[in-house]
Design a binder for this molecule. Structure first.
Ligand SMILES: Cc1cc2nc3c(=O)[nH]c(=O)nc-3n(C[C@H](O)[C@H](O)[C@H](O)COP(=O)(O)O)c2cc1C
Length: 383
């Protein structure tokens, strides 16, 4: 196997452990945690791993290709980088590092409204290929302004969220008094002093801030004030009334992220969306909810010919991507895995994590005798 990766970290598990050692506890816990008691977080990974595949060894094999077409674009792999907020808190410049790595590997990068680089900078880095995830603004004027910026930046896909009617209840972040920029409490200063590489890089790049939202927000908000600003500026609960004007205005592809039910899939189809991401925000919103792999199978079977069905939450490896595609998703996204990669390896982290996942997935395809990513469902063992 010709590995183009750092051989000290041949799995996302290795990257996670390294990330934990390298970044302050408040940043790692923000990245790593789910919500409430982390039940949904663990359900995502454990139930996904119950999916099993069967190989066909004694058939001719003419090579496996990871290339996957989505919304008329051919990507080099059937996975992309999910939107993650506050990325610069975990590693300075991480959204830029990931956007560039995604561009070099020809996979989609989704920029979050609340991350630490702007729509315009991301577009520059990716030659207009990055997708944009919009938190729904309360004011029409702000909504229209952000959408126009995404359009001017040539963004091909706009992602809206249905799984954030509330702020997730995350005990670690509450305990840590998580803030942007990080609060200089004694506890946090001690945590930062213990992570000199992170501290130096953060000093070098300056304090992270919400670059896309900068023109609209007051400076230096802590978690409580940020919560208030977010509550006032964004209204998380989506409905037909809010989706319709976006559909009318946005000429590119429109995707609904956070779908966990047949009902919401039917609504997405009725309202003219082009795709859904079956997702529970990586287990960060509803601890009593289902894993994403559970509803995926039915949703993909019933609606996969009417709307593009994608999935995220719980994927940590090439075999996990294979399991998800075999269960009916057309495309997959990963959130934490890429952030573990960049937090562990800095500038090399994006390239390393994408190469690792590609290598793992290629191995699964060759082992199964699966030549095209759309053929994965043929290898599913129905339990
Ligand atoms: C630290 C963190 C921040 C996130 N911020 C956002 C966000 O701003 N917008 C969004 O749509 N999803 C956000 N998500 C959810 C991810 O887009 C994605 O759904 C999730 O990470 C997938 O699960 P995984 O981490 O198990 O791969 C966030 C996830 C994490 C871990």
């Amino acid at each position: 196997m010709n590995l183009k990766i750092n051989t000290k970290y041949p799995s996302v598990i290795d990257l996670r452990l390294k990330a934990q050692k390298k970044i302050p506890k408040f940043a790692f816990e923000y990245l790593d945690g789910g919500c409430n008691e982390d039940v949904n977080l663990h359900r995502n990974t454990s139930e996904l791993r119950d999916v099993q595949l069967k190989p066909n060894y004694l058939k001719n094999h003419s090579g496996a290709s990871l290339k996957t077409k989505l919304f008329g674009i051919e990507y080099d792999a059937p996975f992309g980088i999910a939107p993650v907020g506050l990325q610069g808190l975990m590693w300075p410049n991480s959204p830029e590092i990931l956007a560039k790595a995604a561009f070099n590997h020809n996979i989609p990068f989704i920029l979050s409204t609340v991350t630490t680089t702007s729509i315009e900078r991301t577009s520059e880095l990716t030659e207009g290929k990055a997708w944009f995830q919009l938190y729904h603004p309360t004011e029409d004027r702000l909504r229209d302004d952000i959408i126009k910026r995404a359009e001017a930046a040539h963004c091909p896909v706009l992602v809206i969220l249905c799984d954030v009617p509330t702020f997730g209840f995350r005990p670690r972040d509450i305990r840590n008094g998580l803030a942007m920029p990080p609060k200089m409490s004694v506890k946090n200063i001690l945590q930062i002093l213990g992570k000199p590489h992170w501290a130096l890089e953060t000093l070098k790049h300056g304090q992270p801030s919400f670059e896309t939202l900068k023109p609209y927000m007051p400076k230096g908000l802590d978690l409580r004030q940020l919560g208030k600003f977010m509550d006032q500026t964004f209204s998380g609960r989506l409905n037909e009334e809010k989706i319709k004007p976006i559909r009318d205005m946005w000429k590119g592809k429109l995707v609904l992220k956070g779908v966990a039910s047949e009902h919401d899939t039917e609504e997405a189809i009725r309202l003219g969306l082009d795709g859904i991401i079956v997702s529970n925000h990586g287990g960060r919103q509803l601890d009593a909810g289902q894993s994403t792999i559970k509803p995926l199978k039915t949703i993909a079977q019933k609606y996969g010919d009417k709307i593009e069905v994608m999935m995220d939450s719980g994927l940590r490896s090439g075999p996990d991507v294979a399991r998800t595609l075999a269960s009916g998703a057309k495309f997959t996204f990963l959130g934490r895995s890429f952030m573990y990669g960049v937090s562990a390896l800095g500038k090399q982290g994006g390239d390393h994590t994408i190469s690792l996942l590609k290598t793992e997935l290629q191995q699964v395809m060759e082992q199964l005798n699966c030549e095209k990513t759309e053929d994965f469902p043929n290898f599913l063992i129905n339990q």
